[in-house]
Design a protein around this ligand. Structure first.
Ligand code: PLP
Length: 407
């Protein structure tokens, strides 16, 4: 076997489709969010405005969060030193899980090293704990939920994205006595649409199913205290399992589920992805807890965040740029092919100091390649004006459709 040739051809396939990925080497400076210093392939650095960060509220540079992390390092050192079961549970982890339970109004919570791990571990383990469990999964669910559902090895049915009629059809066709779980997201991060939580809950009740809601792109951002769309919609108590990340709006790292104490205890005792891995460093737990606490009492950041997103959508529309329909803080602009998508992104970065990553297949379906902007409370009018001007120039120069058919 020519191993080297095999790896080269695996790369070439991606490159030929215009989907080869290059990392942008960024240096963030505290206090200058959302600006960063970008180093290009020739080693030359320049200032850019970051338009595609999932640090949606700039919490990664919030002084309260940073102070909590410094304090924890000084007090407790760097790593946790073990798995949760073997010397790796510190008071920081315990405090953070309490903070999460309070946020979501649930009796218990369980931390994982990331949101990906939380979804993979929780969903695969629930399938093992509940023999015969049938999972109903939204067609656009995140890769981590798909991995968990597959690894659980149980029966699964995919319902068309946000299509409750299709979900009901599938639920009705399943044996009435079988245990069931509906897995879905609140905010879908590539289109920026939001699921009908109340409608899904009603179906779950009618067919005796559990609800598993990924609020990764909503925690910190929606609801009076930042618990997510379920809080905003007044249905938090009726979702059985809420899953979230500490790495996006909370600006740190880690993932979790919040639910009933018996469910959490069962997952804690059975999930390999929880048991057999070193727990989060105390400083991360401390920073995440500080961030959650901060956002519980700063709704004005959420208000400003929504206003910035609405403002950017309006500016793109006014300039005749094909902004895709989105009812959330996510602002996707349709390009429609991977080569132009990457080219425009490269030119924005090299010539205009605008950093936005191209979103290509397999993250989104072919033909719906797009640029996905995530304005934060710290993106100014002036930054937006410059962005829209640059986009306008490149749209004309690259001859990209202005009113393409949205996904
Ligand atoms: C990013 C993401 C995750 C994974 O969260 P991480 O903490 O980044 O691992 C899970 N679900 C969705 C919908 C996501 O977009």
């Amino acid at each position: 076997m020519d191993y080297k040739a095999a790896f080269k051809s695996a790369v070439a396939r991606v490159r030929d489709e215009g989907r080869y990925r290059v990392f942008a080497d960024l240096h963030r400076h505290c206090g200058e969010f959302p600006k960063a210093r970008w180093t290009n392939a020739d080693g030359i650095a320049s200032d850019v405005v970051v338009w595609c960060s999932n640090d949606y509220l700039g919490q990664g540079q919030n002084p309260d969060v940073i102070a909590a992390m410094h304090e924890a390092i000084d007090a407790a050192g760097s790593g946790s030193g073990g798995t949760r079961n073997i010397s790796g549970t510190t008071s920081y982890h315990v405090t953070l899980e309490r903070e999460l339970s309070d946020l979501h109004g649930k009796p218990a919570s369980l931390l994982f090293t990331s949101g990906y791990v939380a979804n993979e571990a929780a969903l695969s383990t629930l399938t093992k704990i509940l023999p015969g469990l049938i999972i109903f999964s939204d067609a656009l669910n995140h890769a981590s939920m798909i991995a968990g559902i597959r690894n659980g090895g149980g029966e699964r049915h995919i319902f068309r994205h946000n299509d409750l009629a299709h979900l009901e059809q599938l639920l009705a066709a399943a044996p009435p006595q079988a245990p069931k779980l509906i897995a879905f997201e609140s905010v879908y991060s590539m289109d920026g649409d939001i699921a009908d939580l109340a409608g899904t809950i009603a179906l779950a009740k009618a067919y005796g199913a559990l609800t598993y809601l990924d609020e990764v792109h909503a925690v910190g951002l929606y609801g009076a205290r930042g618990a997510g769309v379920a809080e905003r919609d007044g249905v938090m108590g009726e979702i059985d399992i809420i899953e979230g990340t500490l790495g996006k709006a909370f600006g740190v790292m880690g993932g979790y589920i919040s639910a009933d104490e018996d469910l959490i205890d069962a997952v804690r005792l059975h999930a390999a992805g929880f048991i057999f891995t070193t727990s989060l460093p105390p400083a991360l737990a401390a920073g995440a807890a500080a961030s959650i606490r901060y956002l519980k009492t700063h709704p004005e950041l959420r208000t400003r965040h929504q206003e910035r997103a609405a403002s950017l959508k309006a500016r793109f529309k006014a300039a005749g740029l094909p902004v895709m329909p989105s009812v959330s803080h996510i602002v996707p602009v349709l390009v429609g092919d991977p080569v132009h998508c990457k080219l425009i992104s490269d030119l924005l970065l090299a010539d205009h100091g605008v950093y936005v990553q191209p979103i290509n297949y397999p993250t989104v379906p072919r033909g719906t390649e797009r640029l996905r902007f995530t304005p934060t409370p710290f993106h100014t009018d002036e930054m937006m004006d410059r962005l829209v001007e640059a986009m306008n120039t490149l749209w004309t120069r690259c001859n990209v459709k202005r009113h393409g058919v949205a996904a």
